[in-house]
Ligand binder design. Structure first.
Ligand code: ZN
Length: 336
């Protein structure tokens, strides 16, 4: 009798637990946790990525043929997203929303940004946010060139994604006074769709956004410049001036072509400028003359200058730190 009661009890508990699991699964579907079962070589890549010298490892994995060019809606980008959130978690970066994923619909496909948080240490300044972002999607499979049809997007924008992940790991260990959101966008190549979605969502949440700092194509150095990377929308704010002052170094500069081609409006910074009207700008070291593989199957890991990428990441840290710690918001839009 007792045994039977126990069996009934255990069965009931199991049913309840299964029920819970079912509900959990439903909510996970709209905002899923990692699903990819990584093979052992990828797991080694993950272990390497979270070490100090993980730059090469992250860049190599994100631009590998396995991810098939990270097109939004593809299996390859799913793997990239899972990989990114594992790196964030292992680096001590928390999810900003319930999970790391910020899901949206684009055409008939599911897209998702990955959003991590390093909470600020100052009781009042931590309510002010800096966003450091990069898109991690690319264009996928394209017209074959000499038998290769995978556009790996190493420079565009596995390089920027790598920079954001390494900065996230750094700031998780060295949290500043303001909070920082580390945002990896999807569907940039489809018209900044992921960034538009997140900017709208954060506007609804009424976060106090100080600055949005976006990183694009930083895998190749510029030639004969007296600065490291250019800033889009240079003349719209005192961003570059302040940042260089903080860095005690000419990190950010003005590239005339960036203005000519209106690059300010052509990357994921722009939706944040539109929603929040705060300094929201992109850095890049692709200047249209220093790399011939833009959206080309040869945009591969082997073409990247890892020393340059590492230099960019390290050179950004002092400026970002000072920006995240200054008692007042010193970076401002120029009023016309
Ligand atoms: Zn790009």
């Amino acid at each position: 009798m007792r045994k039977k009661t126990l069996t009934v009890f255990v069965t009931l508990v199991l049913l309840v637990l299964l029920g819970c699991k079912q509900t959990q699964k439903v909510s996970e579907n709209s905002n899923p946790e990692p699903i990819t079962e990584f093979d052992s070589s990828t797991q080694i890549a993950i272990e390497e990525a979270i070490t100090k010298d993980g730059i090469s490892s992250i860049l190599k994995y994100l631009s590998s043929d396995e991810l098939e060019g990270r097109k939004t809606g593809s299996e390859g980008i799913d793997k990239a997203a899972d990989y990114i959130q594992i790196i964030l978690r292992k680096s001590g970066v928390k999810p900003f929303f319930e999970t790391y994923r910020d899901s949206f619909q684009v055409k008939d496909m599911a897209g998702f940004n990955v959003v991590g948080l390093v909470e600020g240490t100052d009781s009042s300044l931590k309510d002010e946010y800096i966003i450091i972002g990069a898109h991690y999607d690319h264009v996928g499979i394209v017209e074959p060139v000499e038998g290769d049809s995978i556009a790996n997007g190493a420079n565009d924008n596995a390089a920027g994604t790598t920079a954001v992940l390494k900065l996230a790991a750094y700031f998780a260990e060295n949290p500043p006074k303001r909070s920082i959101l580390f945002t990896l966008f999807s569907a940039e190549e489809l018209g900044l769709v992921g960034a538009k979605h997140l900017a709208e969502r954060l506007e609804k949440e009424a976060i106090d956004l100080y600055v949005m700092f976006n990183i694009e194509m930083v895998g190749i150095p510029m030639m004969d410049k007296d600065y490291l990377v250019y800033l889009t929308g240079y003349e719209r704010s005192n961003f570059a001036e302040k940042f260089n002052e903080y860095s005690n170094n000419q990190v950010l500069g003005f590239l005339p072509q960036a203005k000519e081609y209106q690059l300010f409006k052509r990357s994921d910074n722009y939706p944040f400028f539109e929603r929040f009207n705060v300094p929201a700008q992109t850095i890049s070291s692709f200047d249209f003359t220093n790399y011939e593989y833009y959206h080309h199957v040869n945009d591969e890991f082997e073409e990247m200058d890892l020393d340059h990428l590492e230099n960019v990441i390290e050179s950004l840290i002092p400026g970002l730190t000072a920006m995240a710690n200054s008692p007042e918001k010193e970076i401002k839009m120029h009023t016309k």
